[in-house]
Design a protein around this ligand. Structure first.
Ligand SMILES: NC(=O)c1ccc[n+]([C@@H]2O[C@H](COP(=O)([O-])OP(=O)(O)OC[C@H]3O[C@@H](n4cnc5c(N)ncnc54)[C@H](OP(=O)(O)O)[C@@H]3O)[C@@H](O)[C@H]2O)c1
Length: 219
């Protein structure tokens, strides 16, 4: 059975997705930076294997890309993303660069490599219902990266309609990405395990639109 690749597998939505995939009996390969979390997942789910890579660093990106070219993954999920919280002017430039690298530049590079290789893998990028098509104050660089990801996925779908390239855009989720004291939590947040189940089930269905967008908060 073909293996499934999860980029950003150690925590949050990515870790929950690993559980869904392995519970369904599919072998999965995950990448991330945090070895203890990845090792715990591996102990719990023997169908899961992992490698360490920092998507903000060239060496980490190259490791992922060589794995993608060496193996015919049936599905690829790019889950990683993030950015600095605070006034754009008051965060250091390197923090914005990190946000763009992990949230947009590396996924864009990955899509370039896959498109060049005429890959037939189903590819799902994780966007954001909060940040990809409206302002996200105090998260400007993150929002810019998610806007760019949305534009890229829609454009590539128009360029190559036969490629099953998708964008999954959740609302606020109860993960480490959202600070525990964030005011938006008071309006309700989605459970990452529910979102991961939806994402996995969606990946098993055909979808002409290729973009699944949630409300910001559960109704
Ligand atoms: N949480 C929300 O409210 C929310 C709302 C809308 C959209 N989203 C999107 O949903 C996706 C998942 O978010 P989440 O809430 O699950 O985030 P999270 O809990 O912060 O987890 C992020 C995952 O990405 C990996 N990652 C981050 N930077 C990385 C790097 N430089 N190299 C390799 N891996 C890296 C992390 O692994 P390591 O730390 O091990 O590297 C982790 O597995 C993201 O794209 C996010 O933008 C989240």
């Amino acid at each position: 059975m073909d293996r499934i690749l999860i980029l950003g597998a150690s925590r949050g939505l990515g870790a929950e997705l690993v559980k869904q995939i392995c519970a369904a009996g599919y072998p999965a390969v995950g990448f991330g930076r945090k070895q203890p979390q990845l090792a715990r997942l591996r102990e719990e789910w023997p169908l899961f294997e992992y490698q360490l890579a920092d998507f903000a660093a060239t060496a980490g990106q190259n490791l992922v890309l060589s794995s993608v070219l060496a193996e015919n993954f049936s599905k690829i999920f790019y889950v990683a993303g993030g950015g600095p919280f605070g006034l754009y002017s008051q965060r250091e430039w390197k923090d914005h660069q990190w946000a763009w690298e992990v949230t947009f530049q590396f996924p864009a590079r990955l899509l370039h490599v896959l498109a060049n290789a005429k890959s037939e893998s189903q590819v799902t990028m994780v966007g954001s219902a909060v940040a990809e098509s409206s302002p996200d104050p105090l998260a400007a660089s993150y929002s810019a990266a998610k806007h760019a990801l949305l534009g890229l996925v829609h454009s590539l779908r128009a360029e190559r309609p036969e490629w099953d390239l998708r964008l999954f855009s959740p609302g606020y989720m109860d993960t480490e990405l959202l600070p525990k004291n964030a005011a938006v939590r008071q309006l309700g947040v989605f459970s990452p395990s529910d979102m991961a189940r939806d994402l996995w089930l969606w990946s098993l269905r055909a979808d002409d639109i290729g973009h699944k967008v949630y409300p910001r908060h559960p109704s």
